[in-house]
Design a protein around this ligand. Structure first.
Ligand code: GLC
Length: 749
């Protein structure tokens, strides 16, 4: 009893302390705002790129003298793409030592999957379903980025997407809003830690708000036109989860949503984010997205675009250079109320106070920290851990895997087998070229097998690994005969195929989901001489590989796993780590099925039926090649004794299941719980993920798992945006993927 009271008092004390701190910060903001001229306020809303890494269409004039002047006169509130303790200090000094009020700048960077030590692309990390490991991965990224002077990352990207043609699926958590919410929280907590003012935490940024992942036909930057039910129940939940986790900033998106560009979208940014959700952080535009409202045919010119953006709640202008040009006259002409400028500046200053930048603008600029922390061995260990956990075993016929550790002739074939760049993924901005452990290097760490290597088809790299200098060979077959020759002599062939690091990511949508270039031809040529093939896929999106699924005995999805890629893959292939990943996104049989996803609606003509009048294709099954939540192990698991309690008075339902490791090696399983609301005032999907547990079991070990369903899991948003929980029958499905499940039901009154 006493302990409970003490805990309560301690909690109350903590709440009071943080409220007092908040009040003190608000008072400091008030005091500073009162001193600022209109120009100085507008300066806080202006963000320039440092052009260390151009991540958008760089302006023609480049990094001009005018920009330096703006920094020295307090007309720049933030910079992006400046990195390094020394470089950031130099820019910070320009602002703090020269401008009238000495307001520090906030330095942002795309720390998407690691900083120098690169971790798996976010879609790969999502396949681990290991929230602690995902949080730790973001933690490591924050430690390295903050050691390099940075205090803000443009991550986590929380865009749900069901379309593998879209290049940026690599950057998110896949197709499911529930998994997306959990991962959004884990990443925000990893980046921001418990104390934003610490010098090893950085402000996070939920992006891209909103519906960017629903770009029509998977074409990047394309129109997003979706219904309110999809917006409220699929797109917005991960953003809300990030906001509830305390994410310091949001970034809006390039796309229009239902006819209104997100950057000028009052409904999204004012009504929902800053209104209903009462969000107190600030919104940065995406690169040039304010100007782009002219191309969207939503703004007449830069002046009009600036007015629309501020009135819609876009607080900071990334690289449109429009706020510094137009806001003063817009306020003076009454088109924009100065109160809106004050609100935007208050939000920006709040983040700077929370980061401790007013106490010490140079707290992130310690070169000694940078030297000791970048590429630290602990970070390498953490990167290896999450990389192993992200690998998904898709097929293992005849137990070809794990490989024997000695006495075998192993041929390593494919353009990505020796590649030390592609595993770094698309958003490797700060990392160093050729620093990933390749598959060949990972396999060489096991010395008792005889390895031979051949690219088969070349991965062409130009003078640098810059995106435009990398390509997979599309017409030179000269290397194939050597590959076939070494395959013929091998006991096992490991083929490392997929996409190079810049075939997914921003601006990299594809209309085809097959193996790019001559890789399919190479795979079939090798198969003709040796069927003992392990196909290791390195890719940034789901691929459609029906031939491989039909013919190849073992298939491993190894994504782009970052710096420790080769070691993670080798440890899985040799069984030193039993693969535990599960797909966070459906793999189609054919690109023609896309968008394809597990939580689809039943329609009025579900199937299959032995007639034509039902929802299907005449040339493809409706089912995917590999479903959401799917992944194999070197052991096997059995689900039994599904037990569902009656709902309690507060509409809580307890679901129990027994999970047994029925194989002869230890392994981890991601037990997944899905529900279906059978009848509702807005149609509900045939299944929705509402719980999961990653469990480690020894051979033969059983465990009873308990899931709890509450109104938080049983409801949905109706088309008015209201969260409702309706009475009626619910199905419960529990299993190791979204298709093979034990099913039960309950009725909610
Ligand atoms: C890019 C991306 C965004 C990124 C920003 C800064 O265009 O859309 O995700 O954070 O510009 O690099």
């Amino acid at each position: 009893m006493k302990k409970g009271i003490f805990t309560l008092l301690a909690a109350l004390l903590l709440v009071n302390i943080s409220m007092a701190q908040n009040d003190a910060t608000e008072a400091q903001i008030d005091a500073l705002l009162a001193k600022m001229t209109l120009e100085e306020k507008i300066g806080q809303m202006n963000q320039y790129s440092g052009f260390f890494d151009a991540t958008g269409p760089a302006p023609a004039e480049g990094y001009t003298k005018e920009r330096y002047e703006h920094i020295k006169t307090g007309m720049v509130g933030s910079m992006l793409n400046v990195r390094g303790a020394k470089e950031v200090r130099a820019m910070q000094e320009l602002a703090v030592e020269n401008s009238r009020l000495g307001i520090p700048m906030i330095f942002g960077f795309d720390v998407i999957h690691g900083f120098k030590t690169t971790t798996p692309i976010p879609l790969a990390e999502a396949a681990s379903w290991d929230l602690e490991a995902i949080e730790q991965s973001a933690r490591v990224a924050a430690i390295e980025a903050s050691a390099a002077g940075l205090n803000w990352t443009f991550a986590p990207m929380v865009d749900i997407s069901r379309d593998a043609r879209w290049g940026r699926v690599m950057e998110g958590a896949g197709e499911d809003p529930y998994l997306g919410c959990m991962i959004a929280k884990a990443r925000v907590n990893g980046f921001q830690g418990q104390d934003l003012s610490a010098n090893n935490t950085i402000a996070a940024c939920a992006k891209h708000f909103a519906a960017y992942g629903f770009a029509e036909s998977g074409k990047d930057y394309n129109t997003a036109d979706i219904g309110l039910s999809t917006l409220y129940n699929v797109v917005l939940p991960p953003f809300k989860a990030a906001a509830e986790a305390g994410v310091a900033t949001f970034m809006n998106s390039f796309n229009e949503l239902n006819g209104i560009p997100a950057t000028g979208n009052v409904f999204l940014q004012r009504d929902i984010l800053k209104g209903e959700w009462a969000y107190k952080g600030f919104v940065v535009s995406d690169w040039g997205s304010i100007t782009e409202m002219i191309d969207h045919s939503y703004a007449e010119n830069g002046l009009h675009a600036s007015e629309l953006a501020v009135n819609a709640g876009s607080d900071m202008d990334m690289e449109s250079h429009l706020y510094v040009k137009h806001l003063k006259k817009l306020v003076e002409s009454g088109k924009i109320a100065e109160a809106k400028i004050d609100d935007a500046v208050r939000r920006i200053l709040r983040a700077k106070f929370q980061l401790g930048l007013f106490d010490d603008p140079y707290k992130y600029c310690d070169e000694t920290r940078e030297e000791t922390l970048i590429y630290h061995e602990d970070h390498m260990a953490s990167a290896l851990d999450i990389a192993k956990k992200s690998i998904v075993l898709l097929k293992n016929e005849g137990g070809l895997l794990p490989l024997p550790k000695e006495g075998k002739k192993i041929a390593l074939i494919g353009p990505l087998a020796e590649d030390k760049n592609s595993p770094l993924g698309n958003w490797r901005l700060a990392s160093d070229d050729h620093t990933a452990i390749s598959v060949v290097e990972g396999m060489q760490a096991y010395p008792s097998n005889e390895l031979t290597v051949s690219q088969g088809v070349a991965l062409i790299e130009g003078e640098t690994s810059f995106p435009s200098h990398v390509k997979l060979n599309e017409d030179d077959r000269s290397g194939m005969s050597k590959a076939v020759k070494i395959a013929k002599k091998a006991d096992v062939v490991i083929m490392v195929l997929g996409e190079h690091g810049f075939q997914s990511g921003e601006g990299r949508s594809r209309s085809n989901l097959g193996l790019p270039g001559l890789q399919q031809e190479l795979l079939e040529a090798v198969y003709k001489v040796n069927k003992n093939i392990v196909l290791v896929l390195m890719n940034g999106r789901p691929l459609a590989l029906p031939w491989a699924d039909d013919h190849i005995p073992a298939i491993v999805e190894a994504w782009q796993l970052g710096t420790q890629s080769g070691h993670a893959i080798a440890q899985v292939l040799y069984g030193d780590y039993n693969p535990s990943g599960k797909l966070p996104m459906t793999f189609p049989r054919d690109v023609g099925q896309v968008p394809i996803y597990y939580n689809y609606k039943n329609t009025g003509r579900p199937g299959p039926k032995n007639e034509v009048f039902w929802s299907h294709y005449t040339d493809q099954p409706n089912t995917p090649l590999y479903p959401f939540g799917y992944g194999l192990s070197y052991t096997s698991f059995e689900y039994t004794d599904l037990n569902i309690s009656d709902p309690t008075a507060d509409r809580t339902v307890e679901v129990n299941i027994t999970l047994k490791n029925t194989g002869n090696v230890e392994g981890e399983e991601v037990a997944q719980l899905y529900i279906r609301d059978r009848v509702a005032s807005v149609t509900r999907p045939v299944k929705e993920l509402k719980g999961f547990k990653k469990v480690e079991l020894k051979a033969g070990e059983s465990k009873t798992l308990t899931f709890t369903l509450t109104e938080k899991e049983l409801g949905f948003y109706n088309n008015e945006g209201k969260y409702v929980v309706e009475t009626g029958d619910f199905e419960v499905m529990v299993g190791g993927n979204s298709v093979e499940t034990l099913n039960g039901e309950f009725r909610l009154e």
